[in-house]
Design a binder for this molecule. Structure first.
Ligand SMILES: *[C@@H]1O[C@H](CO)[C@@H](O)[C@H](O)[C@H]1NC(C)=O
Ligand SMILES: *[C@@H]1O[C@H](CO)[C@@H](O)[C@H](O)[C@H]1NC(C)=O
Ligand SMILES: *[C@@H]1O[C@H](CO)[C@@H](O)[C@H](O)[C@H]1NC(C)=O
Ligand SMILES: *[C@@H]1O[C@H](CO)[C@@H](O)[C@H](O)[C@H]1NC(C)=O
Ligand SMILES: *[C@@H]1O[C@H](CO)[C@@H](O)[C@H](O)[C@H]1NC(C)=O
Ligand SMILES: *[C@@H]1O[C@H](CO)[C@@H](O)[C@H](O)[C@H]1NC(C)=O
Length: 457
Protein backbone atom coordinates (compact mmCIF):
# COMPACT_ATOMS: atom_id res chain seq x y z
CA UNK A 1 0.00 0.00 0.00
CA UNK A 2 2.69 2.37 1.04
CA UNK A 3 4.68 1.53 -1.95
CA UNK A 4 1.79 2.18 -4.26
CA UNK A 5 1.05 5.55 -2.69
CA UNK A 6 4.73 6.41 -3.00
CA UNK A 7 4.80 5.42 -6.58
CA UNK A 8 2.12 7.94 -7.35
CA UNK A 9 4.23 10.80 -5.94
CA UNK A 10 4.97 13.51 -8.59
CA UNK A 11 8.74 12.77 -8.81
CA UNK A 12 8.08 9.16 -9.51
CA UNK A 13 5.40 10.13 -11.98
CA UNK A 14 7.87 12.34 -13.88
CA UNK A 15 10.47 9.60 -13.81
CA UNK A 16 7.80 7.20 -15.10
CA UNK A 17 6.88 9.55 -17.93
CA UNK A 18 10.53 9.89 -18.84
CA UNK A 19 10.84 6.13 -18.87
CA UNK A 20 7.84 5.87 -21.18
CA UNK A 21 9.40 8.50 -23.42
CA UNK A 22 12.70 6.68 -23.35
CA UNK A 23 11.04 3.42 -24.25
CA UNK A 24 9.11 5.22 -26.95
CA UNK A 25 12.29 6.69 -28.37
CA UNK A 26 14.02 3.37 -28.11
CA UNK A 27 11.17 1.71 -29.96
CA UNK A 28 11.31 4.38 -32.60
CA UNK A 29 15.04 3.89 -32.95
CA UNK A 30 14.59 0.14 -33.22
CA UNK A 31 11.86 0.77 -35.79
CA UNK A 32 14.17 3.00 -37.81
CA UNK A 33 17.03 0.53 -37.58
CA UNK A 34 14.84 -2.35 -38.60
CA UNK A 35 13.44 -0.40 -41.56
CA UNK A 36 17.02 0.29 -42.51
CA UNK A 37 17.96 -3.35 -42.15
CA UNK A 38 14.97 -4.45 -44.20
CA UNK A 39 15.89 -1.88 -46.85
CA UNK A 40 19.49 -3.02 -46.92
CA UNK A 41 18.37 -6.63 -47.16
CA UNK A 42 15.94 -5.69 -49.92
CA UNK A 43 18.63 -3.82 -51.85
CA UNK A 44 21.09 -6.67 -51.39
CA UNK A 45 18.46 -9.17 -52.37
CA UNK A 46 17.57 -7.09 -55.39
CA UNK A 47 21.20 -7.09 -56.54
CA UNK A 48 21.51 -10.88 -56.29
CA UNK A 49 18.01 -11.71 -57.63
CA UNK A 50 18.37 -12.91 -61.24
CA UNK A 51 19.73 -10.19 -63.46
CA UNK A 52 17.51 -9.13 -66.34
CA UNK A 53 19.87 -9.95 -69.21
CA UNK A 54 17.63 -8.31 -71.79
CA UNK A 55 18.02 -4.98 -69.99
CA UNK A 56 19.69 -2.73 -72.58
CA UNK A 57 22.21 -1.64 -69.94
CA UNK A 58 23.57 -5.22 -69.88
CA UNK A 59 24.19 -5.26 -73.62
CA UNK A 60 25.72 -1.79 -73.36
CA UNK A 61 28.18 -3.08 -70.73
CA UNK A 62 29.12 -6.06 -72.91
CA UNK A 63 29.63 -3.85 -75.94
CA UNK A 64 31.83 -1.48 -73.92
CA UNK A 65 33.88 -4.38 -72.63
CA UNK A 66 34.28 -6.01 -76.05
CA UNK A 67 35.29 -2.90 -77.89
CA UNK A 68 37.87 -2.16 -75.23
CA UNK A 69 39.25 -5.72 -75.30
CA UNK A 70 39.19 -6.56 -79.02
CA UNK A 71 39.46 -3.13 -80.61
CA UNK A 72 42.66 -3.98 -82.47
CA UNK A 73 41.64 -7.30 -84.01
CA UNK A 74 37.90 -7.41 -84.53
CA UNK A 75 35.11 -5.38 -86.13
CA UNK A 76 31.78 -6.10 -84.44
CA UNK A 77 28.93 -6.35 -86.91
CA UNK A 78 25.85 -7.12 -84.84
CA UNK A 79 24.87 -8.32 -81.39
CA UNK A 80 22.04 -10.59 -80.22
CA UNK A 81 20.10 -9.77 -77.06
CA UNK A 82 21.88 -11.40 -74.08
CA UNK A 83 20.20 -14.39 -72.44
CA UNK A 84 20.46 -15.59 -68.82
CA UNK A 85 23.52 -17.67 -67.94
CA UNK A 86 23.60 -20.49 -65.37
CA UNK A 87 24.18 -18.11 -62.43
CA UNK A 88 22.00 -15.13 -61.47
CA UNK A 89 24.72 -12.58 -62.22
CA UNK A 90 25.69 -14.12 -65.58
CA UNK A 91 24.48 -13.46 -69.10
CA UNK A 92 25.45 -15.18 -72.37
CA UNK A 93 25.64 -13.11 -75.51
CA UNK A 94 26.33 -13.81 -79.19
CA UNK A 95 27.56 -11.51 -81.93
CA UNK A 96 28.81 -11.51 -85.50
CA UNK A 97 32.20 -10.12 -86.29
CA UNK A 98 34.74 -9.61 -88.99
CA UNK A 99 38.44 -9.97 -88.59
CA UNK A 100 40.31 -6.70 -89.04
CA UNK A 101 43.46 -8.43 -90.23
CA UNK A 102 41.74 -10.64 -92.77
CA UNK A 103 41.48 -9.45 -96.33
CA UNK A 104 38.10 -11.07 -96.88
CA UNK A 105 34.83 -9.77 -95.46
CA UNK A 106 33.87 -13.17 -94.14
CA UNK A 107 31.69 -13.02 -91.03
CA UNK A 108 32.07 -15.18 -87.95
CA UNK A 109 30.03 -15.82 -84.86
CA UNK A 110 31.13 -15.85 -81.26
CA UNK A 111 29.23 -16.18 -77.99
CA UNK A 112 30.65 -15.70 -74.54
CA UNK A 113 29.59 -15.81 -70.92
CA UNK A 114 29.82 -12.60 -68.88
CA UNK A 115 29.59 -11.99 -65.15
CA UNK A 116 28.21 -8.53 -64.50
CA UNK A 117 27.86 -6.24 -61.50
CA UNK A 118 25.65 -3.16 -61.08
CA UNK A 119 27.56 0.10 -61.35
CA UNK A 120 26.73 3.81 -60.97
CA UNK A 121 23.74 5.44 -62.60
CA UNK A 122 21.92 2.15 -63.28
CA UNK A 123 24.69 0.86 -65.52
CA UNK A 124 26.44 -2.49 -65.36
CA UNK A 125 30.02 -3.52 -65.53
CA UNK A 126 31.58 -6.74 -66.85
CA UNK A 127 33.59 -8.28 -64.02
CA UNK A 128 34.51 -11.46 -65.85
CA UNK A 129 34.32 -12.65 -69.47
CA UNK A 130 34.50 -16.23 -70.71
CA UNK A 131 36.67 -17.48 -73.54
CA UNK A 132 35.77 -17.95 -77.21
CA UNK A 133 32.33 -19.56 -77.55
CA UNK A 134 31.84 -20.03 -73.82
CA UNK A 135 28.32 -18.54 -73.81
CA UNK A 136 26.67 -21.66 -75.08
CA UNK A 137 23.21 -20.55 -73.98
CA UNK A 138 23.39 -17.82 -76.60
CA UNK A 139 24.66 -20.14 -79.34
CA UNK A 140 22.18 -20.66 -82.12
CA UNK A 141 21.38 -24.35 -82.18
CA UNK A 142 21.98 -26.11 -85.45
CA UNK A 143 18.61 -27.33 -86.72
CA UNK A 144 19.34 -30.15 -89.12
CA UNK A 145 16.25 -32.20 -88.38
CA UNK A 146 15.13 -34.14 -91.40
CA UNK A 147 12.01 -32.89 -93.19
CA UNK A 148 9.40 -35.60 -93.67
CA UNK A 149 6.15 -36.01 -95.57
CA UNK A 150 3.43 -35.72 -92.94
CA UNK A 151 0.37 -37.13 -94.68
CA UNK A 152 -0.95 -38.90 -97.72
CA UNK A 153 -2.53 -35.73 -99.03
CA UNK A 154 0.76 -33.89 -98.63
CA UNK A 155 2.50 -36.64 -100.57
CA UNK A 156 -0.16 -36.55 -103.30
CA UNK A 157 -0.01 -32.79 -103.62
CA UNK A 158 3.77 -32.71 -103.94
CA UNK A 159 5.95 -33.52 -106.94
CA UNK A 160 9.09 -35.55 -106.33
CA UNK A 161 12.22 -36.63 -108.13
CA UNK A 162 13.72 -39.83 -106.84
CA UNK A 163 17.10 -41.26 -107.91
CA UNK A 164 17.88 -44.79 -106.83
CA UNK A 165 21.46 -45.50 -105.76
CA UNK A 166 23.85 -45.62 -108.72
CA UNK A 167 27.48 -46.41 -109.41
CA UNK A 168 28.47 -43.20 -107.65
CA UNK A 169 28.10 -44.85 -104.27
CA UNK A 170 31.47 -45.06 -102.43
CA UNK A 171 33.29 -42.95 -105.03
CA UNK A 172 35.38 -39.92 -104.02
CA UNK A 173 33.64 -36.94 -102.42
CA UNK A 174 34.21 -34.88 -105.56
CA UNK A 175 32.41 -37.50 -107.59
CA UNK A 176 29.66 -37.68 -104.96
CA UNK A 177 29.06 -33.94 -105.04
CA UNK A 178 29.20 -33.73 -108.83
CA UNK A 179 26.50 -36.41 -109.01
CA UNK A 180 24.36 -35.26 -106.09
CA UNK A 181 24.25 -31.71 -107.41
CA UNK A 182 23.22 -33.01 -110.82
CA UNK A 183 20.18 -34.64 -109.20
CA UNK A 184 19.41 -31.56 -107.13
CA UNK A 185 19.81 -29.41 -110.25
CA UNK A 186 17.39 -31.58 -112.22
CA UNK A 187 14.88 -31.42 -109.37
CA UNK A 188 15.08 -27.64 -109.48
CA UNK A 189 14.66 -27.65 -113.25
CA UNK A 190 11.58 -29.89 -112.94
CA UNK A 191 10.24 -27.93 -109.98
CA UNK A 192 10.24 -31.08 -107.88
CA UNK A 193 11.35 -32.00 -104.37
CA UNK A 194 14.47 -34.13 -104.39
CA UNK A 195 14.28 -37.40 -102.48
CA UNK A 196 17.61 -37.58 -100.78
CA UNK A 197 19.65 -40.38 -99.30
CA UNK A 198 21.36 -38.92 -96.23
CA UNK A 199 23.48 -41.99 -95.79
CA UNK A 200 26.85 -41.44 -97.46
CA UNK A 201 29.47 -44.07 -98.26
CA UNK A 202 32.92 -42.71 -97.45
CA UNK A 203 35.57 -43.89 -99.92
CA UNK A 204 38.53 -45.84 -98.52
CA UNK A 205 40.92 -43.00 -99.38
CA UNK A 206 39.45 -41.03 -96.45
CA UNK A 207 39.02 -43.78 -93.86
CA UNK A 208 41.48 -44.99 -91.28
CA UNK A 209 40.86 -48.60 -92.27
CA UNK A 210 41.50 -47.87 -95.95
CA UNK A 211 38.21 -49.57 -96.80
CA UNK A 212 35.01 -47.91 -98.00
CA UNK A 213 32.72 -47.21 -95.05
CA UNK A 214 28.93 -47.17 -95.35
CA UNK A 215 26.43 -45.32 -93.22
CA UNK A 216 28.13 -41.93 -92.80
CA UNK A 217 25.62 -39.15 -92.26
CA UNK A 218 25.56 -36.35 -94.85
CA UNK A 219 25.34 -33.97 -91.89
CA UNK A 220 28.81 -34.96 -90.66
CA UNK A 221 30.30 -33.22 -93.68
CA UNK A 222 27.80 -30.71 -95.00
CA UNK A 223 25.38 -28.14 -93.67
CA UNK A 224 22.01 -29.80 -94.04
CA UNK A 225 20.22 -26.89 -92.39
CA UNK A 226 21.47 -24.65 -95.17
CA UNK A 227 20.69 -27.24 -97.85
CA UNK A 228 17.07 -27.61 -96.85
CA UNK A 229 16.69 -23.84 -96.79
CA UNK A 230 18.19 -23.67 -100.31
CA UNK A 231 16.34 -26.52 -102.02
CA UNK A 232 13.29 -28.67 -101.27
CA UNK A 233 14.39 -32.13 -100.12
CA UNK A 234 12.88 -35.05 -98.23
CA UNK A 235 14.62 -38.03 -96.77
CA UNK A 236 14.58 -41.27 -98.72
CA UNK A 237 13.80 -43.97 -96.11
CA UNK A 238 10.90 -42.06 -94.67
CA UNK A 239 9.65 -41.25 -98.16
CA UNK A 240 9.77 -44.88 -99.30
CA UNK A 241 7.88 -45.97 -96.21
CA UNK A 242 5.09 -43.50 -96.94
CA UNK A 243 5.03 -44.40 -100.61
CA UNK A 244 4.49 -48.04 -99.71
CA UNK A 245 1.87 -47.21 -97.09
CA UNK A 246 -0.20 -44.97 -99.34
CA UNK A 247 -0.20 -46.88 -102.59
CA UNK A 248 -1.98 -45.59 -105.69
CA UNK A 249 0.54 -42.75 -105.80
CA UNK A 250 1.26 -42.06 -109.46
CA UNK A 251 4.82 -42.44 -110.60
CA UNK A 252 6.90 -42.86 -113.71
CA UNK A 253 9.94 -45.08 -113.92
CA UNK A 254 12.79 -43.68 -115.97
CA UNK A 255 15.15 -46.57 -116.69
CA UNK A 256 17.99 -44.66 -118.36
CA UNK A 257 19.74 -41.31 -118.22
CA UNK A 258 19.12 -41.08 -121.97
CA UNK A 259 15.66 -39.80 -121.12
CA UNK A 260 16.51 -36.12 -120.73
CA UNK A 261 15.27 -33.68 -118.09
CA UNK A 262 13.62 -31.70 -120.89
CA UNK A 263 11.49 -34.74 -121.79
CA UNK A 264 10.32 -34.98 -118.19
CA UNK A 265 9.34 -31.39 -117.84
CA UNK A 266 5.66 -31.90 -118.70
CA UNK A 267 5.29 -35.05 -116.62
CA UNK A 268 2.42 -34.80 -114.12
CA UNK A 269 3.11 -37.92 -112.05
CA UNK A 270 3.65 -37.43 -108.34
CA UNK A 271 6.98 -39.20 -108.53
CA UNK A 272 9.57 -39.30 -111.28
CA UNK A 273 11.76 -42.24 -110.44
CA UNK A 274 15.12 -42.46 -112.16
CA UNK A 275 16.85 -45.81 -112.01
CA UNK A 276 20.55 -46.39 -112.51
CA UNK A 277 20.89 -50.09 -113.14
CA UNK A 278 23.44 -50.31 -115.96
CA UNK A 279 27.14 -51.11 -115.63
CA UNK A 280 29.64 -48.36 -114.80
CA UNK A 281 29.91 -45.66 -116.04
CA UNK A 282 26.36 -45.89 -117.45
CA UNK A 283 24.98 -45.89 -113.91
CA UNK A 284 26.45 -42.59 -112.72
CA UNK A 285 23.93 -39.96 -111.69
CA UNK A 286 25.89 -37.16 -113.33
CA UNK A 287 25.25 -38.65 -116.78
CA UNK A 288 21.78 -37.08 -116.54
CA UNK A 289 23.38 -33.66 -116.73
CA UNK A 290 25.59 -34.34 -119.74
CA UNK A 291 25.05 -33.36 -123.36
CA UNK A 292 22.06 -31.16 -124.14
CA UNK A 293 20.94 -31.25 -120.52
CA UNK A 294 24.05 -29.31 -119.49
CA UNK A 295 22.49 -26.26 -121.15
CA UNK A 296 19.37 -26.47 -119.01
CA UNK A 297 20.56 -27.73 -115.67
CA UNK A 298 22.67 -25.75 -113.28
CA UNK A 299 24.24 -27.45 -110.35
CA UNK A 300 23.19 -25.47 -107.25
CA UNK A 301 26.66 -25.26 -105.70
CA UNK A 302 25.51 -22.52 -103.39
CA UNK A 303 23.34 -25.10 -101.59
CA UNK A 304 26.46 -26.94 -100.40
CA UNK A 305 28.24 -25.51 -97.41
CA UNK A 306 30.59 -27.36 -95.16
CA UNK A 307 29.18 -28.60 -91.86
CA UNK A 308 28.78 -25.80 -89.29
CA UNK A 309 30.13 -28.17 -86.67
CA UNK A 310 33.37 -28.46 -88.65
CA UNK A 311 33.42 -24.73 -89.36
CA UNK A 312 33.21 -24.12 -85.62
CA UNK A 313 36.44 -26.08 -85.29
CA UNK A 314 37.96 -23.98 -88.09
CA UNK A 315 37.20 -20.68 -86.34
CA UNK A 316 38.36 -22.07 -83.05
CA UNK A 317 41.74 -23.02 -84.54
CA UNK A 318 42.12 -19.66 -86.25
CA UNK A 319 41.07 -18.01 -82.98
CA UNK A 320 43.78 -19.85 -81.06
CA UNK A 321 46.36 -18.31 -83.41
CA UNK A 322 44.66 -14.95 -82.86
CA UNK A 323 43.70 -14.92 -86.59
CA UNK A 324 47.25 -13.92 -87.30
CA UNK A 325 49.08 -16.68 -89.13
CA UNK A 326 50.53 -17.75 -92.46
CA UNK A 327 49.88 -21.13 -93.96
CA UNK A 328 51.76 -23.70 -95.93
CA UNK A 329 49.98 -26.31 -98.01
CA UNK A 330 52.11 -29.42 -98.44
CA UNK A 331 50.68 -32.05 -100.79
CA UNK A 332 52.49 -35.35 -100.60
CA UNK A 333 50.92 -38.81 -100.32
CA UNK A 334 50.20 -40.67 -103.59
CA UNK A 335 51.44 -37.81 -105.72
CA UNK A 336 54.86 -37.69 -104.08
CA UNK A 337 55.22 -41.42 -104.65
CA UNK A 338 54.27 -41.20 -108.34
CA UNK A 339 57.53 -40.06 -109.98
CA UNK A 340 56.12 -40.44 -113.48
CA UNK A 341 53.43 -37.80 -113.15
CA UNK A 342 55.08 -35.66 -110.46
CA UNK A 343 58.83 -36.08 -110.97
CA UNK A 344 59.99 -33.33 -108.55
CA UNK A 345 57.26 -33.19 -105.95
CA UNK A 346 58.88 -35.55 -103.48
CA UNK A 347 62.24 -33.77 -103.42
CA UNK A 348 60.68 -30.28 -103.60
CA UNK A 349 58.71 -31.02 -100.45
CA UNK A 350 61.53 -32.74 -98.54
CA UNK A 351 62.22 -31.30 -95.06
CA UNK A 352 65.40 -29.47 -96.16
CA UNK A 353 63.87 -28.14 -99.31
CA UNK A 354 60.87 -26.85 -97.33
CA UNK A 355 63.14 -24.91 -94.98
CA UNK A 356 65.06 -23.41 -97.86
CA UNK A 357 61.94 -22.34 -99.79
CA UNK A 358 59.63 -21.32 -97.00
CA UNK A 359 62.18 -19.11 -95.21
CA UNK A 360 62.36 -17.04 -98.41
CA UNK A 361 58.59 -16.51 -98.40
CA UNK A 362 57.47 -16.31 -94.77
CA UNK A 363 58.94 -14.01 -92.10
CA UNK A 364 60.73 -15.74 -89.23
CA UNK A 365 58.79 -16.73 -86.10
CA UNK A 366 55.38 -16.25 -87.62
CA UNK A 367 52.60 -18.65 -86.69
CA UNK A 368 52.79 -21.16 -89.54
CA UNK A 369 49.85 -23.46 -90.07
CA UNK A 370 50.70 -26.49 -92.20
CA UNK A 371 47.80 -28.09 -94.09
CA UNK A 372 49.01 -31.44 -95.36
CA UNK A 373 48.23 -35.04 -96.16
CA UNK A 374 51.65 -36.09 -94.84
CA UNK A 375 50.84 -38.54 -92.04
CA UNK A 376 54.12 -38.21 -90.11
CA UNK A 377 53.91 -35.16 -87.92
CA UNK A 378 57.62 -34.96 -87.19
CA UNK A 379 58.17 -34.49 -90.93
CA UNK A 380 58.00 -30.72 -90.41
CA UNK A 381 60.29 -30.53 -87.37
CA UNK A 382 63.02 -28.66 -89.24
CA UNK A 383 60.64 -25.76 -89.75
CA UNK A 384 60.21 -25.52 -85.99
CA UNK A 385 63.55 -23.73 -85.61
CA UNK A 386 62.17 -20.91 -87.79
CA UNK A 387 58.44 -20.76 -87.10
CA UNK A 388 55.75 -21.47 -84.57
CA UNK A 389 54.48 -24.51 -86.41
CA UNK A 390 50.82 -25.57 -86.06
CA UNK A 391 49.30 -28.77 -87.42
CA UNK A 392 45.69 -29.94 -87.37
CA UNK A 393 46.72 -32.72 -85.01
CA UNK A 394 47.71 -30.11 -82.39
CA UNK A 395 44.01 -29.30 -81.98
CA UNK A 396 42.68 -32.80 -81.57
CA UNK A 397 40.92 -32.03 -78.30
CA UNK A 398 38.45 -30.05 -80.45
CA UNK A 399 37.01 -33.28 -81.77
CA UNK A 400 38.09 -35.50 -78.86
CA UNK A 401 35.60 -37.28 -76.64
CA UNK A 402 35.12 -34.26 -74.37
CA UNK A 403 34.35 -31.85 -77.23
CA UNK A 404 31.11 -30.28 -78.32
CA UNK A 405 31.69 -31.76 -81.78
CA UNK A 406 31.89 -35.24 -80.30
CA UNK A 407 28.66 -34.73 -78.37
CA UNK A 408 26.74 -33.33 -81.29
CA UNK A 409 27.85 -35.81 -83.95
CA UNK A 410 27.20 -38.67 -81.55
CA UNK A 411 23.63 -37.42 -81.17
CA UNK A 412 23.23 -37.50 -84.97
CA UNK A 413 24.67 -40.99 -85.03
CA UNK A 414 22.20 -42.68 -82.72
CA UNK A 415 24.48 -42.34 -79.69
CA UNK A 416 27.51 -43.99 -81.24
CA UNK A 417 30.77 -41.97 -81.28
CA UNK A 418 31.79 -40.61 -84.70
CA UNK A 419 35.34 -40.88 -85.96
CA UNK A 420 36.98 -37.67 -87.13
CA UNK A 421 37.77 -39.07 -90.57
CA UNK A 422 40.04 -38.14 -93.45
CA UNK A 423 37.46 -36.11 -95.33
CA UNK A 424 36.64 -34.04 -92.24
CA UNK A 425 40.38 -33.43 -91.82
CA UNK A 426 40.64 -32.20 -95.40
CA UNK A 427 37.64 -29.92 -94.94
CA UNK A 428 39.03 -28.33 -91.76
CA UNK A 429 42.63 -28.16 -93.02
CA UNK A 430 41.72 -26.34 -96.22
CA UNK A 431 39.40 -23.89 -94.49
CA UNK A 432 42.09 -22.97 -91.94
CA UNK A 433 44.47 -22.54 -94.88
CA UNK A 434 42.08 -20.15 -96.68
CA UNK A 435 41.97 -17.89 -93.65
CA UNK A 436 45.73 -17.39 -93.46
CA UNK A 437 47.22 -14.01 -94.30
CA UNK A 438 49.82 -15.52 -96.59
CA UNK A 439 49.36 -18.85 -98.31
CA UNK A 440 52.20 -20.88 -99.70
CA UNK A 441 50.90 -23.51 -102.12
CA UNK A 442 52.68 -26.70 -103.12
CA UNK A 443 51.98 -26.24 -106.81
CA UNK A 444 53.24 -22.77 -107.82
CA UNK A 445 55.28 -21.92 -104.77
CA UNK A 446 57.18 -25.09 -103.87
CA UNK A 447 57.40 -27.12 -107.05
CA UNK A 448 57.21 -26.68 -110.77
CA UNK A 449 55.30 -29.94 -111.14
CA UNK A 450 51.69 -29.55 -112.21
CA UNK A 451 48.78 -30.18 -109.88
CA UNK A 452 47.22 -32.78 -112.16
CA UNK A 453 50.40 -34.42 -113.41
CA UNK A 454 53.05 -33.77 -116.01
CA UNK A 455 52.21 -31.34 -118.84
CA UNK A 456 48.84 -30.33 -117.41
CA UNK A 457 49.71 -26.73 -116.59
C1 LIG B 1 26.06 9.87 -63.46
O1 LIG B 1 25.33 10.66 -64.38
C2 LIG B 1 25.58 12.06 -64.27
C3 LIG B 1 24.63 12.80 -65.21
O2 LIG B 1 24.37 12.06 -66.37
C4 LIG B 1 27.04 12.34 -64.57
O3 LIG B 1 27.30 13.73 -64.43
C5 LIG B 1 27.90 11.56 -63.62
O4 LIG B 1 29.25 11.74 -63.92
C6 LIG B 1 27.55 10.07 -63.69
N1 LIG B 1 28.32 9.38 -62.68
C7 LIG B 1 29.12 8.36 -62.98
C8 LIG B 1 29.88 7.80 -61.85
O5 LIG B 1 29.20 7.93 -64.11
C1 LIG C 1 13.80 -27.17 -87.41
O1 LIG C 1 13.50 -26.96 -88.78
C2 LIG C 1 12.26 -27.51 -89.20
C3 LIG C 1 12.13 -27.25 -90.68
O2 LIG C 1 13.11 -27.92 -91.41
C4 LIG C 1 11.11 -26.91 -88.42
O3 LIG C 1 9.89 -27.50 -88.82
C5 LIG C 1 11.34 -27.15 -86.93
O4 LIG C 1 10.33 -26.53 -86.19
C6 LIG C 1 12.70 -26.60 -86.52
N1 LIG C 1 12.96 -26.97 -85.13
C7 LIG C 1 13.42 -26.10 -84.24
C8 LIG C 1 13.67 -26.63 -82.88
O5 LIG C 1 13.63 -24.94 -84.53
C1 LIG D 1 6.26 -25.52 -108.77
O1 LIG D 1 5.46 -26.48 -108.10
C2 LIG D 1 4.62 -25.93 -107.10
C3 LIG D 1 3.87 -27.06 -106.42
O2 LIG D 1 4.49 -28.27 -106.59
C4 LIG D 1 3.66 -24.93 -107.75
O3 LIG D 1 2.87 -24.33 -106.76
C5 LIG D 1 4.46 -23.87 -108.49
O4 LIG D 1 3.59 -23.02 -109.17
C6 LIG D 1 5.40 -24.50 -109.49
N1 LIG D 1 6.23 -23.47 -110.08
C7 LIG D 1 6.56 -23.45 -111.36
C8 LIG D 1 7.41 -22.32 -111.82
O5 LIG D 1 6.19 -24.32 -112.13
C1 LIG E 1 38.03 -40.54 -73.98
O1 LIG E 1 39.09 -41.12 -74.71
C2 LIG E 1 40.17 -41.51 -73.90
C3 LIG E 1 41.32 -41.99 -74.79
O2 LIG E 1 40.92 -42.09 -76.11
C4 LIG E 1 39.72 -42.59 -72.95
O3 LIG E 1 40.80 -43.00 -72.13
C5 LIG E 1 38.60 -42.05 -72.09
O4 LIG E 1 38.07 -43.05 -71.26
C6 LIG E 1 37.48 -41.51 -72.97
N1 LIG E 1 36.50 -40.86 -72.13
C7 LIG E 1 35.18 -41.01 -72.31
C8 LIG E 1 34.32 -40.25 -71.38
O5 LIG E 1 34.72 -41.72 -73.20
C1 LIG F 1 29.04 -33.62 -73.65
O1 LIG F 1 28.01 -34.40 -73.06
C2 LIG F 1 28.26 -34.75 -71.72
C3 LIG F 1 27.15 -35.69 -71.28
O2 LIG F 1 25.93 -35.35 -71.83
C4 LIG F 1 28.32 -33.47 -70.88
O3 LIG F 1 28.60 -33.81 -69.55
C5 LIG F 1 29.44 -32.59 -71.41
O4 LIG F 1 29.46 -31.36 -70.71
C6 LIG F 1 29.23 -32.31 -72.88
N1 LIG F 1 30.42 -31.62 -73.37
C7 LIG F 1 30.34 -30.56 -74.19
C8 LIG F 1 31.64 -29.95 -74.57
O5 LIG F 1 29.29 -30.14 -74.62
C1 LIG G 1 52.76 -18.41 -104.79
O1 LIG G 1 52.71 -18.42 -106.20
C2 LIG G 1 51.70 -17.59 -106.75
C3 LIG G 1 51.66 -17.81 -108.24
O2 LIG G 1 52.97 -17.74 -108.79
C4 LIG G 1 51.98 -16.15 -106.38
O3 LIG G 1 50.95 -15.32 -106.87
C5 LIG G 1 51.99 -16.04 -104.84
O4 LIG G 1 52.33 -14.74 -104.47
C6 LIG G 1 53.03 -17.02 -104.27
N1 LIG G 1 52.90 -17.01 -102.82
C7 LIG G 1 53.87 -16.56 -102.04
C8 LIG G 1 53.60 -16.68 -100.58
O5 LIG G 1 54.91 -16.12 -102.47
Amino acid sequence: MEVSSRSSSPEILVAGQQLVKLIHNLCFAIFIVSVLVVTVIAVTYQASSPMNCSNPAVLAAIKRFNSKTFRKSIVFISYDTPVPGPNPDECDDAWRFRNRREKSWRRYRDYRRFRLAPSDNCTFEVVRAGKFRSGIRAARRINDTIPTVESESELRKGRYLYYTRGGDHCKSMNHYLWSFLCGLGEAKFLNRTFVMDLSVCLAGSYTSTGKDEEGKDFRFYFDFEHLKESAPVVEELDFLRDWKKWDRISFRKVPTYRVTPMQLRKDKNTIVWRQFDGPEPENYWYRVCEGQAAKYIQRPWQAIWKSKRLMNIVSEIAGKMDWDYDALHVVRGEKARNKELWPNLDSDTSPDSLVEKVTKLVSPWRNLYIATNEPFHDYFDKLRSHYKVHLLEDYKEMWGNTSEWHNETMALNGGRPVEFDGYMRVEVDTEVLYRAKLQVETFNNLTRDCKDGINTC
